[in-house]
Design a protein around this ligand. Structure first.
Ligand code: DMJ
Length: 801
């Protein structure tokens, strides 16, 4: 071997070693590869290709809808046909979005303008004017109709006039869309006739509130009532009829009065007549999200300082109580130090975008980074995920919120990281959601199974924000900076605020005022996000090892399966001892200063133990109180009972104390129980009915069960292998109404599997009791005590009797 060849051999070996080490790192960091690599700048060419790919995505979905579903409200991408209210099998209250008014087309009009497709816009506007009508005996959601339909019509009207002026086209247009939005606005107004001024959640398009089905209407969500003002103000200012804006301001004022005066937080569900809170959970996601968005954007659009002041009060409260590092966890509005949920929902992904608009960049970067890691971990952001980033609810209806925030972060920072994130989101949609007839929602991100559903926001928001992210201002016909994006991404021009007082004042936060970034050279606007993201790179455990140096591991972050965490708690002087069956992963913690690595770490250990105590206390109180049980006798003649874990629901009566419902179990036919009626309705009378999760909402299954006279309903999970032992139990959500009078509980697949096995074994129908788990335990304890007493009495010698 010559010197040169031996050198090259050694170099080759070294390279191989480096390669192997690199491979190990890649394998170890598989979940966060992209975040740990320095951000790659994206070439203009690639960006333009992605913009064109977003455009293709739009047409793939739009054409599928127009050719196979229009004039229906939505496309059903798997069956490749339209979803019509009253014709397509009902999904329960979820269908309140639909009004048989070609919603997807109306919601999509302004995207056509952004894409520069004036010919199709012209055609689509003509279709809407000619064919869409609102005089239907249909109950619709006030919130959804406002954001998708009124917003869609208004934005299309504004852009049609804009094109007349700037693109020398649409000259035939005479404001017909504005007239249509005014008509629809009038049809929504009866919902505002409440003693508080806060609108009802639903209204009948033809009958207003006179529909007998709405007689008992009283509950609505904060976001439902607080996401009206942008559209209604635009409607009033464009039509000259003040009624809309007056009603929307009144609703906002009434909501503001309901904030908790101590914490400045809002709950999520309230009574429109009394103004009482029905659900006091306070976060930034489902049920409340766009209320905060509309406070801030009302200030931007209308220039009314009052809304900025209100937004800031709420914002500070959210950052004080709800924000936990990059996470946002619900608390109780009246007890803001108590976390009320241990999971986050995907709707909160809009929050970083709103933070960007309001000038608070740092937490926006942090939360976005956390969400990006959740997305990489589970392919899509699941509808709900736990504080340790496990799936709580695996559905993903191709929501826009994360992409929306990515867009705003890119606009604010120019950091190409956000282009890479957008690329990942786009490619994921292409790979996992694209079907031959549009894009299909994902039923469960664990299995990737599709759902026959393409919500209108896929076109009006998800793809729109992707297209905008990869477009330069010169690619667009309009200057988007002159518009406010509504919560449904419809464009309303800032010029609407002609009468407003446009005082502009950023909230001053010492270290990250957006103006400071703009003045520096080189612009730290570019450098800043990377600095903020860096410490969060390994935020989600299970990716690269996380070092705890410099930052104390909090009990909330702790995961017993994480080797680094175990090392960290050990250094803090904490010993962990497994208790019970190891497979259940239950551990007991002991702390001693003597075992700690240093005095400082000993102190940290003590703090950790205190936090852990608080957490477990909170969790076990919450869980125990809420946990339900489905109990049955071990065999037909036995007095011994077994209880299987079940979850409660928010919409059915709570079984408390010694209350229980007893009956024979029977499976619904069809099992999903989403149709109008059941094949075995007669048989189900007085029984405990079982329906499988999926296809329609929990509460619609419950209503069907109640209609056929079932004594209770068990909803069993449709995800194979799920279990309450390995994932947190949750409470099924309803729609704010309280018409379900029978108990409804949820069972994960493993627990239900046990029940089902017993059902099959028994010759007689299996009789079960649905009750509170804590009551079952008490009942068993009392029984044991009685048995012990009888036994000890029986053992006592006669003379002592
Ligand atoms: C959209 O209809 C709107 O963005 C709304 O504010 C929240 N939910 C959906 C998208 O997820």
């Amino acid at each position: 071997m010559s010197t040169t060849s031996s050198e090259s051999f050694v170099r080759g070996q070294r390279l191989m070693l480096i390669f192997l080490v690199a491979m190990c790192i890649v394998v170890a960091c598989v979940l966060s590869t992209e975040t740990t690599m320095p951000t790659q700048n994206m070439s203009n060419k690639e960006r333009a290709e992605l913009r064109e790919e977003a455009r293709d995505m739009f047409y793939h979905a739009y054409n599928a809808y127009m050719q196979n579903a229009y004039p229906a409200d939505e496309l059903m991408p798997l069956s490749c046909k339209g979803r019509y209210r009253g014709v397509t099998p009902s999904r329960g209250d979820m269908d309140d979005i639909l009004g048989n008014f070609s919603m997807t087309l109306v919601d999509t009009l302004d995207t056509l303008v952004l894409l520069g497709d004036f010919t199709e816009f012209d055609h689509a506007v003509k279709l809407v004017i000619r064919e869409v009508q609102f005089d239907s005996d249909i109950i619709v959601s006030v919130f959804e109709t406002n954001i998708r339909m009124v917003g869609g019509l208004l934005s299309a009207h504004i852009l049609a006039e804009y094109l007349q002026k700037h693109a020398d086209t649409m000259h035939w247009y005479k404001g017909e869309l504005l007239e249509m939005s005014r008509e629809l606005g009038y049809r929504l107004l009866p919902a505002f006739n409440t003693s508080t001024g806060i609108p009802h959640a639903r209204v009948n398009l033809r009958l207003g509130m006179k529909d007998p089905m709405l007689k008992k209407s009283r509950e609505t969500c904060t976001a439902c009532a607080g996401t009206i003002l942008l559209e209604f103000a635009a409607l009033s200012r464009l039509t000259g009829d003040p009624i809309f804006e007056v009603r929307a301001h009144a609703a906002m004022d009434a909501l503001w009065k309901l904030r908790h005066r101590g914490s400045d937080l809002m709950g999520t569900v309230l009574n429109v007549h009394s103004g009482d809170w029905v659900r006091r959970d306070s976060g930034v996601g489902a049920g409340i999200d766009s209320y905060y968005e509309y406070l801030f954007k009302s200030y931007v659009l209308l220039g009314d300082d009052k809304y900025l002041a209100r937004f800031n009060r709420h914002y500070n409260a959210v950052m004080k109580y709800v924000s936990e590092g990059p996470m946002l966890l619900d608390v109780l509005m009246h007890r803001p130090h108590a976390k009320s949920k241990n999971f986050m929902d995907s709707l909160l992904a809009f929050w970083p975008g709103l933070q960007v608009l309001s000038g608070d960049l740092k937490p926006a970067v942090q939360t976005h980074e956390m969400l990006y890691q959740v997305m990489q971990m589970h392919t899509f952001i699941p509808e709900a995920f736990t504080v340790d980033f496990q799936i709580h609810w695996g559905q993903h209806p191709l929501r826009p919120e994360f992409i929306e925030s990515t867009y705003f972060l890119y606009r604010a920072t120019g950091d190409h990281h956000y282009l890479q994130v957008g690329k990942k989101a786009l490619k994921t949609l292409q790979q996992h959601a694209k079907v031959s007839c549009g894009y299909a929602a994902v039923n469960d991100v664990r299995t990737g199974k599709h759902e026959d559903r393409m919500d209108s926001f896929v076109l009006s928001e998800t793809i729109k924000y992707l297209f905008l992210l990869f477009s330069d201002p010169q690619d667009l016909i309009i200057n988007v900076d002159e518009f406010v994006f509504t919560t449904e991404a419809h464009l309303l021009p800032l010029s609407i605020a002609q009468l407003g007082n446009a005082t502009f004042s950023f909230r001053q936060t010492d270290e990250h005022n957006v103006l400071d970034f703009m003045r520096t050279c080189p612009s730290s606007n570019r450098l800043f996000p990377e600095k903020v993201r860096k410490p969060l790179r390994n935020f989600i455990t299970g990716s690269c090892p996380r070092t705890t140096a410099g930052k104390r591991l909090s009990a909330l972050d702790f995961q017993a399966s994480n080797a680094d965490h175990l090392r960290a708690v050990y250094d803090m002087g904490i010993t962990m001892v497994s208790v019970g069956d190891r497979s259940q992963g239950k551990v007991r913690l002991f702390h001693s200063f003597y075992n700690a690595k240093s005095h400082e770490e000993g102190e940290m250990g003590l703090q950790f133990m205190q936090e852990m105590l608080e957490l477990t206390k909170m969790q076990s109180i919450n869980q125990l109180a809420q946990l339900q049980a489905v109990a049955y006798a071990t065999d037909e003649n036995s007095q011994d009972w077994i209880a299987l874990m079940a979850g409660p629901s928010h919409f059915s009566p709570e079984l408390t104390g010694d209350q229980f419902v007893e009956g024979d179990v029977i499976l619904a036919k069809p099992l999903r129980a989403c149709d109008e009626s059941l094949e075995n309705a007669e048989e189900a009378k007085g029984k405990v009915l079982v329906a499988e999760r999926g296809d329609c909402t929990f509460v619609s299954k419950a209503r069907l069960a109640q209609k056929v006279g079932a004594a209770a309903l068990i909803v069993c999970d449709n995800v194979p292998g799920s279990s309450g032992e390995t994932q947190p139990m949750f409470a099924m959500s309803g729609d704010g109404k309280d018409d379900v009078l029978i108990p409804v509980v949820f069972m994960y697949s493993m627990e239900f599997g046990k029940l089902s096995a017993v059902m099959q074994r028994r010759k007689q129908p299996l009789r079960v009791r649905v009750m509170q788990m804590v009551e079952f335990k008490r009942w068993q304890l009392a029984k044991e005590q009685r048995q012990n007493q009888t036994a000890s009495v029986a053992q006592k010698p006669e003379k002592e009797l």
